[in-house]
Design a protein around this ligand. Structure first.
Ligand code: DX5
Ligand code: ZN
Length: 221
């Protein structure tokens, strides 16, 4: 049986300083953290816009070596996979809700040398991603409706984590189980107890007055 994965904190760049994103990424790497969660929104799948592949490429040019955990909130993610892979994404996650060839897009992400993830919205049952569990490096359970940072955590998403963690254990799979939305130390601990190992934190991370203490506490969840 695979050992439980150590808790991993992935600060979300969305809550960083958009006039100085390289500096925000450096805040993360200077703490010794490894992952940076990059939220890509198209104003269509979600009612907001953020940044695109050129921003990630610019962060690479500015020297960032962080693992770019790229969350595509796009109606047609299959059209942008290559651009994000070229821009420096290490992992690309796509939503299950829009209609496109999910299996082919996950395979394409891997062909391009990236890890792949599948994301489900609060209203989407966990059964929707079940057929793909053997094909992914990560499942992302949204704990808010995606589109904006700073929303309250949805505790009713915890049973999804319990189910996914059970499937992972029973089938000897090793995908990461990530949560995103309203995550802080308290809600993160609840998700950890339900089986999550990877924690996106936007507002709670960038607003934390003592970031080293915050990161150290997350590592012990
Ligand atoms: C929401 C994004 C999140 C967001 C989380 O649509 O997918 O990654 O940055 O922000 P907080 O941690 O503030 O809820
Ligand atoms: Zn996200």
């Amino acid at each position: 049986m695979p050992l439980p994965l150590a808790p991993l904190l992935a600060p979300s760049l969305l809550a960083g300083d958009h006039a100085h994103l390289a500096a925000s990424a450096r805040v993360v790497s200077d703490l010794g953290l490894l992952w940076l969660h990059c939220d890509i929104m198209d104003g269509h799948f979600v009612p907001n816009l953020t940044f695109g592949p050129e921003t990630l490429a610019a962060l690479r040019r500015a020297g960032s070596k962080l693992f770019f955990d790229t969350h595509l909130m796009l109606s047609e993610p299959q059209r942008y996979i290559e651009a994000f892979a070229k821009a420096g994404s290490n992992l690309i996650s796509i939503h299950i809700e829009p209609a496109y060839d999910h299996a082919a897009t996950l395979a394409r992400i891997r062909d391009l040398g990236c890890q792949c993830g599948l994301v489900l919205n609060p209203g989407t049952p966990v059964a929707a991603v079940e057929p793909y569990l053997g094909q992914v490096d990560l499942i992302l359970v949204m704990t808010v409706q995606p589109g904006f940072g700073g929303q309250p955590f949805r505790r009713d998403m915890l049973p999804k984590l319990t189910q996914l963690a059970a499937w992972r254990r029973e089938r000897d799979l090793t995908f990461r189980l990530e949560v995103d939305g309203g995550i802080d130390l308290a809600t993160g601990a609840e998700c950890r107890a339900a089986g999550a190992d990877t924690f996106v934190a936007g507002t709670s991370f960038f607003k934390a007055p003592d970031k080293p203490a915050y990161a150290a506490a997350f590592a012990k969840l």
